[in-house]
Design a protein around this ligand. Structure first.
Ligand SMILES: C[S@@+](CC[C@H](N)C(=O)[O-])C[C@H]1O[C@@H](n2cnc3c(N)ncnc32)[C@H](O)[C@@H]1O
Length: 249
């Protein structure tokens, strides 16, 4: 098998054609405990990263937004309030289990009137060109097999002037933070996964997939390659996470 036939799944090399099913198993396994684990693992800080993302979105009443890899719908909820009854948010995810948990929670909390739920792969979005004022992907891109293709798809479905928001783990900018973060993610995360979700493997994948994800500058270049302009990024929590933004010309 050549290097082009394989890709990384965490630190493992797997056939390109198999990555999607490995990722699917992870999210089938974690779906029910996903929100609880997010709060525990990040000590609630993921809420601040998501709030920052919404603040940078520029989304207003009446806008149409795609939240791809939207999972249990944290960003979708916030966008739904911003766009109001005259706007629309599509919560899309490749994984039926994550989508089901997201859909149930949003409907239980009275959301839904302006939200559409779609099962879709970020690499092949089932929407016409120029459909959305804003596209977001939060903690999703690192799980996608062909990230360049997914970025091209997000660029394609944006309207001219529309904004892409990529919120993802990144490379810590401070060596002390980096060491502490390594120790935390390779010991505490699998332990918490095992205790709370009875699944340490998926949380080991989480730590490994973060290390394999492109750093800030590389992702910025990938977005430019995909045709986006005015690309920039904001380091959050010393670069543990970065928000990349870009605009369709
Ligand atoms: C870590 S969760 C993030 C969920 C949510 N965006 C959040 O920030 O809480 C990653 C999500 O990406 C989805 N995903 C993975 N690969 C995908 C793909 N190729 N296309 C669309 N969604 C994908 C998973 O099913 C999962 O729901």
């Amino acid at each position: 098998m050549t290097e082009r036939d394989t890709t990384h799944f965490g630190y493992k090399q797997v056939p390109v054609t198999d990555k999607e099913s490995h990722v699917a198993k992870v999210f089938d396994s974690v779906a029910a405990k996903y929100d609880l684990m997010n709060d525990l693992m990040s000590m609630g800080i993921h809420r601040l990263w998501k709030r920052f993302t919404i603040d940078k979105s520029g989304v207003r009443a009446g806008a149409s937004v795609l939240d791809i890899a939207g999972g249990t719908g944290d960003l979708t909820k916030k966008f739904s309030r911003l766009v109001g009854p005259s706007g629309k948010v599509v919560l899309a995810d490749i994984n039926a289990s994550m989508l089901q948990v997201g859909r149930n929670q949003l409907l239980d909390h009275g959301y839904g009137d302006n939200i559409e739920f779609v099962q879709a792969n970020a690499e092949a979005l089932p929407f016409p060109d120029n459909s959305f004022d804003c596209v977001s992907i939060a903690f999703g891109l690192r799980n996608v097999t062909d990230k360049d293709q997914a970025l091209r798809e997000m660029q394609r479905v944006l309207r001219p002037g529309g904004r892409l928001l990529v919120l993802e783990f990144s490379k810590p900018t401070n060596p002390i933070v980096s060491k502490a973060y390594d120790a935390y993610s390779f010991s505490a995360l699998p332990l918490m996964g095992s205790l709370v979700a009875q699944d340490s493997e998926s949380y080991r994948y989480l730590a490994e997939s973060i290390r394999m994800h492109p750093d800030q500058e590389t992702l910025k270049s990938m977005m430019e390659q995909a045709g986006l302009c005015l690309c920039k990024y904001y380091n959050l929590t010393s670069g543990v996470v970065a928000l990349h933004t870009g605009v369709k010309a």
